[in-house]
Design a protein around this ligand. Structure first.
Ligand SMILES: *[C@@H]1O[C@H](CO)[C@@H](O)[C@H](O)[C@H]1NC(C)=O
Ligand SMILES: *[C@@H]1O[C@H](CO)[C@@H](O)[C@H](O)[C@H]1NC(C)=O
Ligand SMILES: *[C@@H]1O[C@H](CO)[C@@H](O)[C@H](O)[C@H]1NC(C)=O
Length: 380
């Protein structure tokens, strides 16, 4: 513990020397409010539509924890780094404690309201606009209940936390795959990206109006390197790069990110009191996948927990799927034995080891714009 504190002090001192702007004490974020999809869902979809089954959660929580991973997600490592408890899902009515934030993300969420729902193979109905409604309601009602005192004071955030909190966003991936599901061409998908980003920007504006000041926005990862994308929407071999990723899918992700970055730059001018950090998750995840071996990881394009095929991914037999064999339930899509060396957990999401590695890259600020460590993401 002592060495960790020393290390943190050293890192702070070092960042103080590198970026003169951050010589001030760190931001001391008292809370995190997260919006997003499965990349940061800590139990939302599970609360509404049933738990993500074991072996999800096997490594760290040792039972299903509402996360699509064997363990912690990037947002969990962010919470740890800020000295805050793991975020409970806003939708989770069992045992939740929101005193230091809430998670509005659900797996399958899109920015735009979807036109088909989960039972039709569509997206989560908890799209970003709904998450925003839930946040607004949380903001108002949490204060109403806090004023009643007693246990509510120990379960809900203080009023001032809403302006001091870090507002984190990781969403957009499912808006891109929504087009793939409709067999759209890359040009057709690109054509609706402005609409996605308009709606995204409006969400940031609304949170700002309600008092949010510190924003932390992840761009979208390399879609074309994800086993489920490679399996479900295959491209000809001529469109597969040297690492096995689908070139046109990554191109869409990069286009989305370039446009997102422009919006962030615009929002900084408009929302003058906000500190908005844009985090290049794409480059970090691409590095992890393309340099997996060098970094000590294995089979970056193969799901650890899945069932068969080149990518060990089958959309009909997802991680944890069970079958009845002679009247007994048997798990058909099991975890691999070397999960701590794997990148892809279930073909869609990353393993805890991968999430930790990604977090470590994020934390230092090297992939952020502005280039500030997480602890200083309130600095303008
Ligand atoms: C849903 O349908 C409406 C009306 O056709 C359309 O304007 C909107 O863009 C669609 N949304 C998505 C996410 O495709
Ligand atoms: C909720 O979590 C906070 C921070 O971990 C803790 O101080 C508080 O006592 C918890 N509330 C309850 C009712 O246990
Ligand atoms: C997309 O194309 C596939 C294969 O040609 C077809 O089976 C599917 O019905 C199409 N989906 C839509 C939404 O058009």
């Amino acid at each position: 513990m002592q060495t960790r504190i020393l290390l943190v002090k050293f890192v702070l001192l070092a960042s103080c020397l590198i970026h003169s702007r951050v010589c001030s004490p760190s931001c001391n974020f008292p809370a995190i409010f997260n919006f997003g999809d499965s990349n940061s869902d800590t139990g939302g979809l599970s609360a509404a539509f049933g738990q993500a089954p074991y072996p999800n959660g096997q490594t760290f929580f040792h039972s299903p924890s509402g996360r699509f991973s064997d363990g912690r997600l990037i947002v969990d490592f962010i919470a740890e780094e800020l000295g805050l408890p793991y975020l409970n899902a806003f939708l989770d009515s069992i045992g939740s404690n929101f005193s230091h934030g809430a998670d509005f993300a659900t797996a399958g969420s899109t920015v735009r309201p979807p036109n088909s729902t989960i039972s039709q193979g569509g997206a989560s109905p908890i799209s970003l606009d709904v998450q925003l409604v839930q946040f607004s309601d949380f903001l108002t009602r949490s204060q109403l209940f806090r004023s009643r005192g007693r246990v509510f004071e120990h379960l809900l955030p203080r009023k001032e936390y809403f302006s001091q909190a870090l507002y984190t966003f990781d969403i957009g991936q499912n808006d891109l795959t929504a087009g793939l599901k409709l067999n759209m061409t890359a040009d057709q998908i690109k054509a609706y990206i402005p609409d996605v980003l308009n709606q995204f920007s409006n969400t940031i504006r609304t949170v700002y109006k309600k008092g949010g000041r510190r924003f932390w926005i992840h761009n979208t990862g390399p879609l074309g390197c994800l086993p489920y994308v490679l399996d479900r929407w295959p491209v000809p071999d001529s469109q597969i790069d040297g690492h096995g990723c689908a070139i046109p899918r990554n191109e869409i992700a990069r286009y989305f990110n370039a446009e997102l970055k422009k919006r962030v730059i615009g929002l900084r001018k408009e929302l003058v009191k906000a500190a908005i950090t844009y985090v290049d998750i794409y480059t970090i995840k691409l590095t992890l996948i393309t340099q997996a071996k060098k970094l000590g990881f294995k089979y970056p394009l193969v799901a650890c927990c899945g069932h068969g095929g080149k990518y060990n991914f089958n959309k009909l037999i997802k991680c944890g799927a069970k079958v009845m064999v002679k009247g007994k339930e048997t798990v058909l899509a099991k975890s691999c034995n070397d999960v701590s060396f794997r990148v892809s957990w279930d073909g869609v999401h990353f393993t805890e080891t991968a999430n930790r590695w990604i977090f470590q890259q994020i934390n230092g600020g090297e992939f952020s714009d502005p280039r500030l460590p997480l602890q200083f993401a309130c600095t303008k």
